[in-house]
Design a protein around this ligand. Structure first.
Ligand code: ATP
Ligand code: MG
Length: 456
């Protein structure tokens, strides 16, 4: 790399560097002044680091792996940054695969553990002159279209999103390298973007979601300059491919702090680009209590080491939108069931424009919703048919969430709880006790004066 460029990068912040210029200085924290030790790093990650080093490459642990250990937590996964090219890394590890087209990264696969290895990224904008390519590097909104220039360690650090994510652990001398005062921000519990926040959000609006995700997960504050542009720039997320947003939504709600994340999303106008119909329905007075209740349950499940099902999460997140559309159709005279079917199609159809929903998830989501009108109808053989439905369990869980959200009269959930556990004789008795008009009446909705047909 020419000296001229290195000089430029020393004084420039990432992005266009036109606004506030902040000087960052490399700091090296020796092993006896930090808490990261080899034993906290997965054996596989250590193996990858050692092999890269032995083969003559620079390689560091970076990102959540360093951050979470410094915070006394358990990293979700380990990311490694190196000066070896993706092809060189791939060559070194038989158990690796090259992924990504725009910026290739390498996954080194050890059974269920995947170590992500990325080649140092350069400052795409400053390096523009270096590459023989005349395409525009940013879109009209400042979105970074290509981020595929390799760089050195310092450039790599300054291309990362937050200061606390730009800490590198060196397994050769056990030091931590900090280019952006990340340790200081970690101690002060601050989420701070590296460089000019607006530029960095425009380059990649997903960074706004990441700010919220880390703030909720780590219980950190978002530093004022990092926080300031979010509300205004939130709509930029609509330019992000829907498949990427789907992945981000899962990350947002699978970290065990879903309810806190939800509150922050609303606070920063970020719910609307992710769930436009839901945001609109809530704005118009629809309750979001079911979402909160579902996220509370999800958080509790994650705390117990259980998994989260994406279709359950999406069924909950879209429930206010579905309710609004379903009721609108009933108010227009559609009977309950066709109104529900129509509403389901419409809500999912619109949602996939914001966040793609793979078919393997949208199918079960629909079933959970459809079963909500079957669960109250138990007479005759209906209860048995519902019980054997492949999506019964999820729909029953959903019913319980609705009940605890105060959306329906208590009782039906307990009935199903008992019915599942009972033997055949007791089940028959439970059914015979139902009589003919048993479905619990839906509570009158406070919001709307319109009288609706009963839902069951
Ligand atoms: P976790 O894995 O716990 O969710 P993480 O910080 O490791 O958190 P990853 O998504 O695994 O997050 O990314 C690894 C690192 O890559 C980040 O720490 C950050 O340095 C960098 N990074 C990820 N996404 C971006 C982005 N959109 N812009 C800039 N840097 C990013
Ligand atoms: Mg990570």
């Amino acid at each position: 790399m020419p000296n001229r460029l290195v000089e430029k990068l020393r004084s420039f912040i990432p992005g266009n560097g036109k606004k506030k210029v902040r000087h960052y200085q490399r700091q090296e924290i020796p092993r006896d002044q930090h808490t990261v030790s080899r034993s906290m790093i997965s054996e596989q990650a250590r193996k990858v680091l050692h092999r890269l080093n032995k083969s003559g490459y620079e390689a560091y642990l970076v990102g959540g792996g360093v951050r979470d250990i410094l915070l006394g937590g358990q990293p979700k996964d380990f990311d490694i940054a190196t000066d070896a090219t993706p092809e060189e890394v791939h060559e070194l590890f038989r158990n690796s695969r090259l992924i990504g087209r725009r910026f290739r990264i390498v996954h080194v696969v050890f059974g269920r553990e995947i170590i992500e290895v990325t080649t140092f990224r350069g400052n795409a904008l400053d390096a523009r002159e270096e590459v023989a390519d005349d395409e525009h590097r940013t879109s009209e909104h400042g979105l970074l279209l290509r981020d595929n220039v390799y760089g050195n360690l310092e450039e790599d650090a300054l291309r990362r999103d937050f200061t606390i994510n730009a800490l590198y652990y060196c397994i050769r001398n056990f030091s931590i390298i900090d280019y952006a005062n990340g340790v200081q921000d970690l101690n002060n519990r601050q989420i701070r973007l590296i460089g000019d926040p607006e530029t960095r959000y425009r380059e990649d609006p997903v960074r706004m979601l990441r700010a919220i995700r880390f703030a909720a997960k780590l219980d950190f504050n978002i530093e004022p300059n990092t926080e300031a542009p979010i509300r205004k720039l939130a709509p930029l997320l609509t330019h992000i491919p829907s498949a990427r947003l789907f992945d981000e939504v899962l990350k947002l709600f699978s970290a065990g702090h879903g309810e806190a994340t939800y509150d922050l999303l609303r606070e920063y106008n970020l719910l609307a680009p992710l769930f436009p119909e839901t945001a609109q329905a809530i704005e118009a007075g629809e309750s979001d209590e079911l979402i909160r209740q579902a996220l509370r349950n999800t958080d509790a499940r994650i705390a117990q080491g259980k998994s989260v099902t994406p279709y359950f999460l999406f069924a909950a997140m879209l429930w206010p939108a579905l309710q609004a559309e379903w009721h609108r159709r009933q108010d227009n005279g559609d009977p309950v069931q066709p109104a529900l079917h129509g509403a389901i199609g419409k809500v999912i159809g619109r949602q996939v424009q914001a966040t793609a929903i793979p078919k393997r998830f949208s199918g079960p989501m629909k079933e959970i919703w459809e079963l909500q009108i079957r669960l109250p109808r138990r007479q005759g053989k209906r209860a048995f048919a519902t019980l054997t439905h492949p999506r019964f369990r999820a729909a029953y869980d959903f019913l319980l969430v609705r009940e605890s959200a105060g959306e329906i009269e208590p009782g039906l959930g307990q009935w199903w709880t008992d019915f599942q556990r009972a033997d055949e004789r007791v089940q028959e008795k439970m059914l015979s006790e139902l009589g003919s008009t048993t479905a619990p009446r839906k509570r009158r909705r406070k919001r709307s004066p319109v009288k609706r047909p009963p839902q069951s």
